[in-house]
Design a protein around this ligand. Structure first.
Ligand SMILES: O=C(O)CCC(=O)C(=O)O
Length: 292
């Protein structure tokens, strides 16, 4: 194992210094080209004016928070679907890496809760159209619940509770929809470092999965740098989880936090104007025996 790991770790350290994230070269430069090509000839002109500034913000800082103005009752319907399923063992899978039920995913949430499709309303679609020049597709939809972790478990990986960057291509964009009410920065809020702060941390001692030395160690949880997603239920956040260090907060004892997440990737053709979730297969990575 040692022989394989050394070049891997060297390449990863080089990516941290050069790109300021944990993705490999082809996932950075190659995907910059993909995005530049698809934006150069937009396939669709976003119908909603909210799209361009938020897409520009997502490009610059790696994230953009929006209130998509969902119709009255939509989030309650999503939450009803979530609450009906989340304690049903035949509809969920526990995927914690040490305490299995620390994180529980709904199997095929888009199929079981069809109202999730309405979360991709015009303002959301307009951000995606602006970001991808109209050429994108949904890779998967996830819905999960995270639970409290006792202090003795918090240094271990359970469900993205340690600071990390994903290793997806940098053209991947995720859209998180807050479905729990009362999420706080001290509690279970998802949180992130904007791209400029992530780059500084990567270049000043970030070592991976919550580990850091030197200046990065002091700065990882600095309240003036960390952006907590504390918007009320029904707000959304576009996040480039490859370019932004991020982690889940730990919900206070006796509480849990739910989330819906859509993952988007570039597509060769313009998106069709129908339901973007039509024909979407269940996510193969949400399955028994896998970990979050
Ligand atoms: O806030 C969470 O539940 C963790 C999300 C996360 O780390 C991810 O989607 O990569």
């Amino acid at each position: 194992m040692g022989d394989d790991r050394v070049p891997g770790l060297v390449a990863l350290e080089a990516a941290r210094l050069y790109w300021g994230n944990d993705a490999w070269h082809e996932n950075n430069r190659g995907q910059q080209r993909v995005l530049a090509r698809s934006r150069s000839v937009p396939a669709l002109v976003p119908a909603d004016p909210v799209g361009h500034p938020l897409a520009a913000e997502a490009e610059r800082n790696g994230f953009a928070v929006l209130d998509p103005g969902y119709r009255s009752g939509l989030i309650e319907e999503v939450r009803t679907g979530y609450e009906k399923l989340i304690d049903d063992p035949s509809a969920t899978v526990d995927m914690g890496s040490r305490i299995k039920d620390a994180v529980r995913y709904v199997l095929d949430p888009a199929g079981r809760v069809p109202v999730l499709a309405e979360l991709l309303n015009d303002p959301v679609l307009s951000v995606l159209d602006a970001y991808y020049g109209g050429r994108w597709r949904v890779q998967h939809v996830r819905m999960w619940r995270i639970s409290h972790l006792p202090p003795s478990e918090r240094a271990f990986h359970h469900y993205g509770n340690l600071w990390h960057c994903d290793q997806h291509p940098i053209s991947t964009l995720k859209y998180f929809v807050q479905i729990s009410d009362g999420v706080t920065a001290e509690g279970g809020a998802f949180r992130l470092h904007p791209v400029p702060s992530t780059r500084r941390l990567m270049r000043s001692g970030f070592l991976g999965q919550g580990w850091a030395k030197g200046p990065a160690r002091r700065r990882l949880d600095a309240p003036d740098r960390v952006v907590p997603f504390v918007a009320p239920a029904g707000h959304g956040a576009f996040v480039n989880t490859t370019r932004c260090l991020h982690r889940a907060g730990i919900p206070p004892e006796g509480t849990t936090r739910g989330m819906v997440q859509f993952t988007f990737v570039p597509a060769p053709e313009a998106r069709h104007l129908g339901d973007p979730l039509a024909g979407l297969a269940p996510d193969p990575n949400v399955a028994e025996g896998r970990t979050a």
